[in-house]
Design a protein around this ligand. Structure first.
Ligand code: CP
Length: 324
């Protein structure tokens, strides 16, 4: 029912090491998970006896709650630890914290951390499977999977579709993982944002090499050009908490030049999807009118996040079930 996912993958840290087939398997498995979620009694014993621990060093609403819901629907025990309420607040190191938690026999550690690479370090030190729930400005692979799943449900095939990603690409871990996933699935990706919020290698006149994630995207100056003929428009959150001073001097100016509003969205293809990873700064990167309009699938992204995270937990726990 859940797509026969093999249990060979140890961790989910980003989508750069996923094949197209592996992504397809997870999306198919999420279809089965959505069937479970549509039942009157939304509970299966599939992961009974497994323990999933969420450890978040940064705030989260969607990701943390959806992992908790995903684990509970599958029958696992789910323990939530927030860094501020843990011994981290007393000065314990990240390594000692995760080793302590692993000593309690967890099967999967879902972690969010402000430092890019932190989940990779943890994955190299513990035996439990690690899921990166967002590390600094680097990656957010399950967000990318739920974005791909939402696109596929509406558009069918993702290959050949034009996806415009607009805004704060420099600080966006969602954008990096989305670009990996979209390229693996054969989409054409166009990006647009203020030069100071583009990844270094994409900035005009930059002599720095483009990062591998962005090596095959089209960069345009004007948002109107990016949206022309798009099948999917993805607005990114302006990450005010990560901005160095001077990166974005004026939010009103940003909104005027790059904000997604009804006039701009009209340049996209008829029936184009409007997406946003959330949380939104309404009135800045996206107008309230379009954020809650007919083309927006933003709430559906959140719902699909539960099915995708069920598929990911199921896949990782297959390893400790001895594979299937
Ligand atoms: N999209 C996302 O990661 O949202 P949260 O910060 O609420 O988890």
């Amino acid at each position: 029912m859940f797509g026969g996912l093999s249990g060979s993958r140890l961790n989910v840290l980003d989508l750069d090491d996923f094949s197209k087939e592996e992504i397809e398997h997870i999306l198919q498995s999420a279809d089965g998970m959505n069937e479970v979620l549509s039942r009157d009694v939304r509970k299966t014993p599939t992961l009974r006896g497994k323990t999933i621990l969420t450890l978040f060093f940064e705030n989260s609403t969607r990701t943390r709650v959806s992992f908790e819901q995903a684990g509970k629907v599958l029958g696992a025990d789910v323990i939530n630890v927030s860094a501020s309420a843990s011994s981290v607040a007393k000065g314990e190191s990240l390594l000692n914290t995760v080793r302590t938690l692993e000593a309690m026999n967890i099967d999967v550690l879902v972690m969010r951390h402000p430092h890019s690479g932190a989940p990779y370090f943890v994955a190299s030190k513990i035996d439990a499977a690690v899921v990166n729930a967002g590390d600094g400005t680097h990656a957010h692979p399950t967000q990318s999977l739920l974005d791909l799943y939402t696109m596929r449900r509406h558009l069918g095939e993702i290959a050949g579709k034009k996806v415009a990603i607009i805004g704060d690409l420099h600080y966006s871990r969602v954008a990096r993982s989305d670009v990996w996933g979209l390229r693996k699935m054969g989409a054409e990706v166009t990006v647009c944002g203020p030069p100071t919020l583009l990844p270094y290698g994409l900035r005009p006149g930059s002599e720095q090499a483009e990062s591998a994630a962005f090596s095959d995207v089209t960069v345009v100056d004007r948002v109107e050009e990016a949206l022309e003929g798009a099948d999917v428009v993805m607005a990114l959150r302006i990450q005010r908490e990560r901005q160095d001073s001077g990166n974005l001097p004026d939010l009103r100016e940003y909104s005027k030049l790059y904000g997604i509003n009804a006039n701009r969205l009209a340049r996209a293809n008829t029936g184009a999807l409007l997406m946003h990873p959330g949380p939104m700064n309404e009135g800045i990167e996206i107008s309230s009118e379009v954020a809650h309009g007919a083309q927006a699938v933003i709430e559906e992204q959140v719902s699909n996040g539960v099915a995708i995270r069920m598929a990911v937990l199921y896949m990782l726990c297959a390893r400790s079930r001895g594979g299937e």
